[in-house]
Structure formats: structure tokens, C-alpha cells
Write a protein that binds this ligand. Structure first.
Ligand code: PDD
Length: 281
């Protein structure tokens, strides 16, 4: 695989980052995941905009322009022959000469940019889309700026492991009795035809797939409510689903052992998945 590191395209085994990189030492960095379907990048502009926002919120300098970023994405997809899969991008504050909590002077230490691809043949017809996934609920103990897409992913990883240990697929996180989001996706329920998902704020990541799916839902005259909901409300819903760049729209058929609705993927999730895939390809 060819990867991108700070201006160079290199075989993965030759790519290097410093042991002093602040991404590595302080999780001082942000990332984006953009899906590739049929060789085409899905929603690149949305991901580029969110990246700019994440960088701004952390006073991190953009290492390249958006046009350059697009060229790098395209280059990697082509060089690695990615038909279906994803491009991972990470910007960190770079390698300061000493381990110091204070940010280094941006004129002296340049931010670092790396990208790589991952091929996932048949990404759009994953088995989970047909069967739906089963989730557990866990307490959301992440930091309070989940709207910034930082590389601090330890708790979401632990959540995923808690789900796996319980024989399930993923975890929905709950704060003050209200569902925030999945470990790496946004969470939705459907009740009496109304799609409900948490409103935007610092409590959740502003999903790029979320924005697209809500737009398509409204265009299709479906009713949408952006507000917090409880796990009890979710268990009692007609349907539940998640969205993310890698899962697109994936039905949730069970929460904490309780089947949601019929316990099989629901029509709203299936329709939104179809619309999303058709419109974004
Ligand atoms: N995760 N919420 C969280 C906590 C996420 O990590 C993600 C994305 C989303 C969905 O955002 P989007 O629709 O822009 O992908 C919501 C990516 C896919 C990941 O970490 O792999």
C-alpha cells in the first residue's frame, strides 16, 4: 500500500512519523474518514469542511489547502486501486522538540498530515445492512467537545469491546439519561413515522452522513425531530438505526437485549439507506 506522509507518497513500510509527534503523545490531532464507492469519494466537501472546523477549534494550522487535500485523496485511491473502501486522514500538531503540555510555536513546529487507504470490497452490501446490528447502552464518559473529531478514541474503543464481550455489535452512549451517539456513528429512532436524532451541539459529532441523510429525509417529506431521546424511548421505538461514513445507514434491531419494533430492519432505515447510496454515488 502507498501512504501519504507530509508531502511524500511512500510504501507503508517506509513511512515514518516522529516518536515526539503530539498526536502520539497527547492525542493532539484530528481525523476524517471518507468512504470510497466505485472509486468515487463520498461527500469529500463535507469532510473537508468539518476538518477545517476541527482544526480551527484546536488552533491547528491546516497543513495543505482543500484542493491539495482532494488531489491527495484521489491520488491514493488511484495508486492503491481502491474501488470500495475508505481514505483515512489525520492531522496532528507535529513533533515538538520536548514533551511539553503547552502547544509549540506553530512557526517552529509544523503540523503533520498523514493519509492512507483501506480497501473494503462490497462495502455497500455489508451483511449488517441486511441483518441490522445489536447494541448495548453504556455511560458516555468522553470529554465535552465531541463536536471536534479528535483522535482520542480510547473510550469508544472500550465501548466497542464492551459490546463485543456481551456478544453484540456496538454501544450507544448515554449521558444524563439521554442517548448521545454510537461509538463511531450517530444514533436515530423512528416512532410513528417521525425520525428522531440528537440535536447538534458539543455533545455529539456533527456527522457528515447525518447531514446528508436528514436532508434526503426532509426532501422525501419524512418528518424529522432533532432532540435528545432516552434509551427507554429507543427500546419502545418502531425502528432504530445509525449513520456514519463507513456504515452509511445501518439498522439497529436490538437494544440491551430488547428487540426494536419487529426486531428486524425497518422500512424507514432501508429506504434512507437506498436513497443515501443512490444520491451520493
Ligand atoms: N466515525 N459520531 C462519532 C463519535 C463518530 O466517530 C462518527 C464517525 C460519526 C459519524 O460521522 P460521519 O457521518 O461524518 O462519518 C458520529 C468514523 C467513521 C470513524 O471513526 O471511523
Amino acid at each position: 500500500r502507498i501512504v501519504y506522509v507530509n508531502g511524500d507518497y511512500l510504501p507503508e513500510e517506509d513511512a515514518k512519523v516522529s516518536v515526539f509527534d503530539r498526536g502520539f503523545l497527547f492525542a493532539d490531532g484530528v481525523y476524517e474518514v471518507t468512504s470510497v464507492l466505485g472509486g468515487k469519494l463520498i461527500d469529500f466537501d463535507g469532510h473537508a469542511k468539518r476538518l477545517a472546523r476541527s482544526l480551527g477549534e484546536l488552533d491547528l494550522a491546516a497543513p495543505v489547502t482543500t484542493d491539495e487535500l482532494l488531489a491527495i485523496h484521489r491520488n491514493l485511491v488511484e495508486r492503491n486501486d481502491v474501488t470500495d473502501g475508505m481514505v483515512y486522514l489525520q492531522v496532528t500538531r507535529g513533533a515538538a522538540p520536548d514533551r511539553d503540555f503547552a502547544f509549540p510555536d506553530p512557526d517552529e513546529v509544523r503540523s503533520s498530515l498523514i493519509l492512507f487507504t483501506q480497501s473494503k470490497p462490497g462495502l455497500a452490501d455489508s451483511p449488517a445492512a441486511k441483518t441490522g446490528i445489536r447494541v448495548i447502552s453504556i455511560e458516555d464518559i468522553r470529554w465535552g467537545r465531541r463536536d471536534i473529531k479528535t483522535v482520542q478514541l480510547l473510550y469508544p474503543s472500550m465501548g466497542k469491546m464492551m459490546a463485543k464481550k456481551a456478544g453484540k455489535d456496538d454501544a450507544w452512549m448515554v449521558e444524563d439519561g439521554m442517548v448521545t451517539e454510537g461509538t463511531s456513528n450517530n444514533a436515530y429512532i423512528v416512532k410513528d413515522g417521525v425520525i428522531v436524532t440528537r440535536n447538534l451541539g458539543t455533545e455529539i459529532l456533527h456527522g457528515i452522513t447525518r447531514a446528508a441523510v436528514l436532508r434526503f429525509a426532509r426532501e422525501a417529506q419524512m418528518r424529522v425531530e432533532e432532540r435528545p431521546f432516552t434509551i427507554e424511548e429507543a427500546k419502545d421505538a418502531d425502528e432504530a438505526f445509525i449513520t456514519s461514513a463507513s456504515a452509511f445507514v445501518t439498522p439497529v434491531v436490538e437494544i440491551d437485549g430488547t428487540p426494536v419494533g419487529s426486531g428486524t430492519p425497518g422500512p424507514v432505515a432501508e429506504r434512507l439507506r437506498e436513497i443515501y447510496l443512490e444520491e451520493s454515488r
